[in-house]
Design a protein around this ligand. Structure first.
Ligand code: B1M
Length: 210
């Protein structure tokens, strides 16, 4: 059976095909998808993140590791979505303007869909007005924002302001998250809910729409 250490090492090397195969093998062998996510894929990305910070690896290596992670996530997705009560509601989701990081956002999408929410995924580098347009068009209950850079998290406040200006602030719950985001930042910009991870985001979204 595939071992998690091996998956982590292959992911760090950007071996997407092998990561996908070994994730499938682990799932088939009965390893919980959440365990594979936490102990292999996220663990590998943490190591890559530290090396990136210390200039031991550079953007191309990080990018291929990210692709390998997405390949593994494809396999885990149906298993992460399984089970539990379902919420009825719609969420508009995206990574904020200027920010191209999408792995965390994709995880949030998987978890929200797993709870039965319809997710309108606007992708990355999403301007404030795009969230508002999509929320109005789709009658969304939630606007969900992800940011990974300290320089782009400030865009979250612009989305809150844009919702106020468009007169929809009272109709939507604004949820925020991403590595540099904190509860105190959430409070300071007037967003509604901060959660540290995708699974908690889905639980909170359930409370909003349940
Ligand atoms: Co970037 N990058 N990156 N990068 N990158 C970071 C974020 C960084 C911390 C690395 C470092 O220096 N240690 C650093 C930011 C420093 C800072 O702002 N203080 C950084 C930098 C500097 C940059 C560039 C500027 C580098 C450059 O070009 N010189 C550049 C910026 C590009 C841009 O966006 N404009 C850049 C580029 C890239 C790549 C393209 C190479 C690649 C992204 C590929 C992709 O996403 N498709 C990349 C990656 C992969 C990373 C690291 C290594 C990993 C991020 C990741 O995917 N983690 C990252 C270091 C790190 O975080 N350790 C780093 C796994 C993912 C599951 O975690 O997204 O945090 P995360 O999501 C978590 C939670 O945060 C939460 O749920 C998830 C867990 O369940 N969450 C939410 C996320 N969104 C949420 C929303 C919610 C709730 C929870 O509610 C709505």
């Amino acid at each position: 059976m595939a071992d998690l250490e091996q998956i982590s090492e292959l992911m760090q090397k950007g071996k997407a095909k092998e990561v996908k195969e070994l994730c499938q093998e682990a799932v088939d062998g009965g390893v919980a998808a959440q365990t594979i996510l936490d102990d292999a894929l996220l663990a590998a990305m943490n190591i890559v993140g530290v090396k990136f910070k210390n200039n031991q690896v550079f953007v191309p290596e990080v990018l291929i590791a990210a692709r390998a992670m997405n390949a593994g996530l494809e396999v885990l997705k149906p298993h992460l979505e399984a089970g539990g009560a379902e919420a009825k509601g719609k969420a508009v989701l995206g990574t904020v303007k200027g920010d191209l990081h999408d792995i965390g956002k994709n995880l949030v999408k998987i978890m929200l869909e797993g709870k039965g929410l319809e997710v309108i995924d606007l992708g990355t580098d999403v301007a404030p007005e795009k969230y508002i347009e999509a929320a109005k068009e789709n009658g969304a209950n939630i606007i969900a924002l992800s940011a990974l850079l300290t320089t782009t998290m400030t865009q979250m406040e612009n989305v809150v302001k844009a919702a106020e200006d468009a007169g929809i602030r009272d109709d939507v719950t604004i949820m925020i998250g991403g590595a540099p985001v904190t509860q105190s930042f959430c409070d300071s910009i007037g967003a509604d809910i901060y959660t540290p991870d995708a699974a908690t985001a889905a639980e909170k979204a359930m409370e909003v729409c349940g």
